[in-house]
Design a protein around this ligand. Sequence first.
Ligand code: HEC
Length: 152
Amino acid sequence: MKSLLGVIPAMAVLAWALPSSAAPDGATLYSRCAACHTKTGAGVPGAFPPLGADFRNLATKPDGRRYLSLAIVRGLSGPMTVEGKAYRGVMPAQMLDDAATAAVLNHVGTQIAKTGPGFKLFSAKEVEGHRSSGTSLSAGDVAKLHAQVGGK
Ligand code: HEC
């Protein structure tokens, strides 16, 4: 009995440690985005913007990449125009850590917005930098960044 009691906490630690040691899977994480942006990323005009041409364009520029990271980390709220259509919605902050944020942005970049071979992958370190530069920004502030960084 005594030896068995020693084994139980060890198993609990193992069960806790195993999933967190695996790299986050962008495709699995994207399923939460698909609830709004749809499975293909086409979005719903006027409600949920597409993850396509605007994402591809923003991902090529440092300040655009900061905006994309902060959209996930801080959320978005307020008016913006994406691919010529107006949105005045709310995207809740996604509560993902740096590695998971990078993984889901990379899934969008490669599989959803299909940015092509020129797409520069996001690293957890890059997201960490964007996150720490944006701690004072509200979701409304991040939505205002969209036009400032050349989103359209
Ligand atoms: C509850 C619905 C919802 C969920 C879930 C959601 N979004 Fe959004 N997303 C929105 C809305 C609404 C906007 C537009 C916000 C506005 O109008 O200010 C938006 C905007 C964006 C933008 C900015 C698009 C652009 O061209 O500037 C990106 C990028 C984005 N979402 C990515 C994601 C990713 C990646 C996920 C999953 C990790 C996700 N979203 C989850 C609703 C959602």
